[in-house]
Design a protein around this ligand. Structure first.
Ligand code: 13P
Ligand code: SF4
Length: 368
């Protein structure tokens, strides 16, 4: 590969053969390739993806559903994953060696997953072992690198998603006296609080300062929350809730548990992406909702339910920028590369890492 190709790959700039096409031309070419490849190709799409991509998805779901459908698919040679990097890694871990998982744009990462790296985690574990000895089990949100999933699997823990976090935290607290929850402090705090763990029993691990933040007796700590967050869901505030209460007093406020505790506490309902979608679908015509989650999904729900009044809890909300890296041109480009028998952006998790990460994922999938 030449230097120009390398640069093109790194910056996500596409060749003119793609960029010169109209939207209709791109759509018709994607349709043509899908028809030609048939079952050899599988396109999972996360709910946060843009409509221009979702229209071509063979399965649309949240991170748990996409992990499950990828694990079940034994026919596809190419899984073109329309989501973010950690989801494609999970799909690679769960699929067979002869299946290639492709991420149409390598820049589609997750800022939350980037808030915990394996070196920080190993350092944290060492210190936590000094304080708490063997009484801790690690749990990681699937929004984490494969290396962290592997670390968690090796240490007897499991992955969780927002739709099974309650079940998994309950399980973990039955296994050991306390848990380390990575990397989203808000999902960890909201879930543990729902299960009756008080805020005074929760400590925070600061990975930058490599220290535990807690002011009580260490014996009381039940949950150690990694100090990470989602930069999208952190943008919902108590002020947004107040505004909705003042301007639309009848509106139900429903938020994702990646939002801060104060926001979750003041909302009417909270739950995973799947829960939010199902709640809106099952509500009677005329219902009204202010939703605190990613904007591509909120826009889709608005369009799919013209009989309901739906707004974003934060009127100035943006979509998840990294999810948005996957667009129609990148999808087409990755498919063209498959057609040229030169697939690009294959996500390959190291075998050793995979081996332990599978333990963590399976502990979740058997309970999900
Ligand atoms: P789900 O687990 O609900 O799909 O959420 C994934 C995610 O990235 C939320 O920000
Ligand atoms: Fe990551 Fe947040 Fe985007 Fe989800 S919405 S992929 S947690 S940055």
């Amino acid at each position: 590969m030449g230097i120009l190709d390398e640069l093109t790959k790194e910056t996500g700039v596409l060749p003119e053969t793609i960029t010169s096409l109209t939207t209709e031309e791109m759509e018709s070419r994607v349709r043509e390739i899908k028809l030609q490849l048939g079952k050899k190709l599988f396109i999972p799409g996360h709910h946060y993806q843009k409509d221009e991509v979702i229209q071509f998805a063979d399965a649309v779901g949240d991170s748990l559903q996409l992990a499950q459908v990828s694990a079940d698919n034994k026919d596809a040679e190419y899984i073109v994953f329309c989501g973010v990097h950690f989801m494609a890694e999970t799909a690679d871990i769960l699929t067979d060696d002869n299946q290639a998982v492709i991420l149409p744009d390598m820049r589609a990462g997750c800022s939350m997953a980037d808030m915990a790296d394996i070196y920080q985690t190993e350092k944290a574990w060492e210190k936590l072992m000094e304080i708490f000895d063997e009484s801790i089990i690690p749990l990681t949100y699937v929004n984490s690198t494969a290396a962290i999933k592997s670390f968690v699997g090796k240490n007897g823990g499991a992955t969780v998603t927002s739709s099974n976090a309650h079940k998994m935290v309950e399980w973990a607290l039955g296994e050991k006296q306390r848990i380390l929850f990575l990397p989203d402090q808000h999902l960890g705090r909201n879930t543990a609080a729902d299960l009756g763990v008080s805020l005074s029993e929760m400590a925070v691990w600061d990975p930058i300062r490599n220290e535990l933040i807690y002011d009580g007796n260490m014996d009381c700590v039940k949950v150690i929350l990694w100090k990470g967050h989602c930069s999208v869901h952190e943008n919902f505030t108590e002020k947004n809730i107040e505004d909705i209460r003042n301007n639309h007093p009848d509106m139900m406020i429903i938020v994702h548990p990646e939002c801060r505790r104060e926001v979750v506490e003041k909302s009417d309902l909270n739950g995973s992406t799947k829960y939010i979608i199902e709640t809106i679908e099952q509500s009677p015509p005329g219902s009204s909702f202010a939703i605190g989650t990613e904007m591509n999904l909120v826009k889709r729900l608005i369009n799919q339910h013209p009989d309901k009044k739906i707004v974003s809890l934060n009127p100035y909300m943006c979509p998840c920028l990294t999810m948005n890296r996957i667009d129609l041109p990148h999808l087409l480009w990755s498919l063209e590369k498959i057609m040229e028998a030169n697939p690009e952006n294959i996500i390959k998790v190291d075998k050793e890492v995979s081996k332990n990460a599978i333990f963590a994922l399976e502990r979740m999938l058997t309970r999900a």
